[in-house]
Write a protein that binds this ligand. Structure first.
Ligand SMILES: Cc1cc2nc3c(=O)[nH]c(=O)nc-3n(C[C@H](O)[C@H](O)[C@H](O)COP(=O)(O)OP(=O)(O)OC[C@H]3O[C@@H](n4cnc5c(N)ncnc54)[C@H](O)[C@@H]3O)c2cc1C
Length: 572
């Protein structure tokens, strides 16, 4: 069961064989910071557009092993596995004899039992998409990638049961022949079902809850109490375990509600900031899915709405704008800025570069230069104005969107009134955040994403709340657009320092809490104390840690980040 180059090669083939292309996979670079050889895996866009996120991780593992093999001239066993998260911000190296890839539930049970006996850490890991690497543990991890079967589609009750390692995209594909789909998706569908629910992932829509809310049954392999199956009838424990952060047991099966498959009409358009504020209630109420993308330093807010095709009376015909016209603001800027380079971009060379890649290339020129970032953001705003339009496609295709390349992100969630009426604090939050960015001249990349969800019934969900509750999710971003180590360090410093501090301060007034997959390790003792105190008021941590004490008393499932911010099993 230990990973070896043979099994990792097999799993790589498995993943590649069943993978679909996914947005934003360009320019992914694996950088491995081992004690031994320092090695960066660089993959070109053309290599990666066919890879799923888990394939990228698997590829990274595989390439690292191949490299180790070459270095050692095939004479010795490789001893470690190195994993990199999707965002390229966290890396972990684990001994191969502490990295498991079980293929059956029985194997999961055997590993967990044996680890529990020895007090050996064994943190479950999904696709490693979490920007904060919340699944990582250098002393022991269990990849769930091989438990990826779709077990049952219950058409009558509109439910699907899948093994926890099945990727969301696989589940959606399996539901298609039954004319069913998942109630909502995040912006990427390469998460595993286990990771998807354990961090409480969300999409957008005032009446649509985060995905964990739609779980009806969950099977967990727990260290101290063996395998348990939980449903709503199990009350608090079920509500804790759905967003369990990998701490209450290894999820092996998930049953989730589905909805009839449907096509959506997507409308993209741009408002001014004032219009975005005044039209919020109308847009939230009238559209099934609605999100804002605020572009710092511009008076532009990109709005994307999605509604079921059969509820849209008429799709207005808009004047067609050619791709050349649409891309002109970004391409012209690149032509101008690269003019003096030994090998400047040309009109022809820019033709083959997509939007996200072009934004990365532009930002890479001076990602922290305030004047430069403003120019890039202005060009992006103009690009979106020329991108106004409608498209009609299946919901699972439209609810995902291009998230850009490697990046720092931080997303917070806060209650904002009821689904009937937003309290308006979501707009106050944005007004204050943008004012702070612009006052402090923070080189904030675009966009700042704002989404909404209904309440989740899961006690550890950032969107836990009353049935009719409404929550707003706001995510800030700074891309890591190049391989330059110094540049990456400076961006990381700015983002995790000044920029996050600003959002933290603005968020205090609305009790904003971090998305679990985006909560970074506090940078100072004071910040740690603040975070701990805040999380204690925002979540039922005592209950959560009591449950951990019962199901994982030796804390073999937790990790340093969680020990630090939510405490250890039994922490009061
Ligand atoms: C490009 C991109 C776009 C994203 N868009 C969104 C978005 O729109 N909305 C949103 O909410 N999030 C979004 N995210 C975050 C992402 O959805 C979550 O981080 C993701 O759901 C984690 O799934 P994973 O399989 O990668 O899990 P991992 O990151 O590997 O693990 C996440 C957590 O789940 C636990 N876990 C995983 N599998 C199991 C299991 N079988 N049993 C028990 N615990 C388990 C791990 O221990 C860890 O605590 C995005 C991330 C990226 C990189």
């Amino acid at each position: 069961m230990h990973i070896s180059s043979v099994t990792s090669r097999k799993s790589l083939q498995r993943i590649l064989g069943s993978s679909r292309s996914y947005l934003g996979a360009y320019n992914v670079t694996g950088r491995f910071l081992s004690n031994g050889p320092k090695f960066a895996v660089k993959a070109k866009r053309s290599d990666l557009t066919v890879l799923s996120a888990s394939a990228v991780v698997a590829l990274a593992v595989f390439q690292y092993k191949e490299y180790s093999r070459t270095k050692l001239e095939l004479s010795a066993e490789e001893t470690t596995t190195t994993l990199l998260n999707w965002s390229g911000t966290h890396v972990v190296q684990v001994d191969n004899n502490r990295y498991w890839e079980p293929e059956t539930v029985q194997e999961v049970e055997d590993i967990v039992r044996s680890c529990h006996k020895r007090g050996q850490p064994v943190r479950p890991i999904g696709s490693a998409l979490s920007p904060n690497g919340i699944a990582f543990h250098q002393n022991g991890m269990m990849s769930m990638a091989n438990l990826d079967r779709i077990l049952q589609v219950d058409v009558k009750n509109q439910r699907v049961t899948a093994q926890a390692g099945a990727r969301v995209s696989q589940v959606v594909d399996a539901l298609r022949p039954y004319h069913l789909t998942l109630p909502n998706l995040a912006s990427i569908a390469e998460q595993q079902m286990g990771g998807f629910i354990q961090v409480g992932a969300h999409g957008t829509g005032r009446s649509i809850a985060p995905v964990d809310h739609y779980v009806t049954e969950i099977k967990l392999v727990t260290p101290a109490k063996g395998t348990i199956t939980l449903t709503k009838d199990d009350g608090e424990l079920f509500e804790l375990a759905k967003v369990g952060l990998g701490c209450l047991g290894v999820v092996v099966e998930v049953t989730m509600e589905c909805v009839p498959a449907h096509r959506l009409v997507e409308h993209t358009f741009v408002l001014t900031r004032e219009e975005a504020v005044t039209r919020l209630q109308e847009l939230l109420t009238e559209h099934k899915h609605m999100r804002y993308m605020w572009i710092p330093y511009t008076d532009s807010v990109v709005v994307v709405t999605n509604d079921p095709e059969d509820q849209v009376k008429e799709i207005p015909k808009l004047k067609k704008i050619s791709e050349d016209e649409r891309f002109a603001p970004l391409r012209d800027l690149m032509l101008e800025l690269s003019n003096e380079w030994p090998e400047p971009y040309t009109k022809e060379s820019l033709q083959s570069i997509g939007f996200g890649e072009l934004r990365d290339a532009l930002l890479a020129i001076d990602p922290l230069g305030i004047k430069h970032v403003k120019r890039c953001n202005e060009a992006e705003a103009e690009f979106w104005k020329r991108s106004e339009g409608y498209q009609v496609r299946p919901s699972d295709e439209l609810l995902q969107f291009d998230c850009g390349g490697q990046q720092w992100v931080w997303e917070v969630c806060f209650p904002t009134g009821t689904q009937e009426k937003s309290s308006g604090n979501d707009m106050d939050f944005m007004t204050e955040l943008l004012a702070g960015i612009e006052r402090e001249e923070i080189p904030a990349h675009s966009p700042i994403e704002q989404r909404w969800s209904a309440s989740s019934s899961s006690l550890m969900s950032p969107a836990y709340g009353p049935k009719d509750g409404l929550h707003s999710w706001v995510g800030i971003i700074n891309y890591l657009p190049s391989e330059d180590e110094g540049q990456r360090r400076d961006i990381s410093e700015l983002f995790t320092g000044r920029y996050c501090n600003l959002m933290r301060n603005v968020g205090q007034a609305v009790s904003a809490t971090s998305h679990w997959a985006k909560l970074e390790r506090p940078k100072s003792m004071w910040q740690l104390v603040d975070t701990q105190l805040f999380l204690q008021t925002r979540f039922p941590l005592r209950l959560f840690n009591e449950a951990r004490d019962i199901y994982d008393p030796k804390n073999i499932l937790g990790n340093d980040l969680l020990n630090l911010v939510v405490g250890k099993p039994g922490t009061k």
